[in-house]
Unconditional design. Structure first.
Ligand code: GRF
Length: 204
């Protein structure tokens, strides 16, 4: 077993945060050849791979090819970090219990896209991000850690996204580290961390 395989589609700032936290990243895989994060990973001497989704006629075929590349790295953990593909149930179940995602909202509020605009439009006063185990239902699954930030009166989508992203970069490496240290216990869909580490933070 061999650390973390991180799946990205673009910028890769969460992937970068994991690398900079000193986590063992075995490989970074993207469905897009133009994902900016690939250059960063390669520059750090990390293996990279591209599995272009357009090369496959079905989601099943793409997910099978992706799984084959992932499994070649024999990871303990697979981390979705801005990976913009809906995964099939078969893929999700193959990695059950060792597939994490970061979502830019306080789940179960605001699943899906455009979470920061949804938060502003809903008038919520707290927003944030969630690291969760992936289950077949999109943006659901047992919650490992959440960070909350205030929504301020002058916020727009960009300012709120930036405030949330800073916290993403704190909680995703933390969650991955707990996983690799075998500290995460899931019971009845609820995650606890051995040793009573706080699973929430508030960044005013
Ligand atoms: C992050 O906001 C993450 O929560 C969401 O997609 C974005 C990816 O950003 N799933 P980056 O590629 O990690 O910079």
């Amino acid at each position: 077993m061999n650390g973390i395989v991180i799946l990205i589609s673009g910028r890769g700032s969460n992937m970068q945060a994991m690398v900079e936290a000193g986590l063992p990243v075995a490989a970074v895989i993207s469905n897009r050849a133009d994902a900016a994060g690939l250059g960063y990973a390669a520059g750090r001497g990390i293996a990279t791979a591209i599995v272009p989704h357009r090369d496959y006629a079905t989601r099943e075929a793409f997910d099978a090819a992706l799984a084959q590349v992932i499994d070649g790295f024999r990871p303990e953990l697979v981390a979705l970090a801005g990976f913009m593909r809906i995964l099939t149930d078969g893929f999700v179940l193959r990695y059950e219990g060792r597939l994490l995602n970061i979502h830019p909202s306080l789940l179960p509020a605001f699943p899906g896209l455009d979470t920061h605009a949804k938060a502003i439009n809903a008038g919520v006063k707290l927003h944030g991000c969630t690291v969760h185990f992936v289950t077949p239902q999109l943006d659901h699954g047992p919650i490992v850690i959440q960070a909350a930030v205030p929504v301020l009166p002058h916020d727009d989508e960009a300012s709120l996204a930036a405030r949330v992203l800073m916290q993403e970069h704190r909680i995703y490496p933390q969650a991955a580290r707990w996983f690799l240290e075998e500290k995460l216990v899931i019971a009845s869909g609820v995650v606890r961390v051995k040793g009573d580490h706080p699973q929430q933070l508030y960044a005013p």
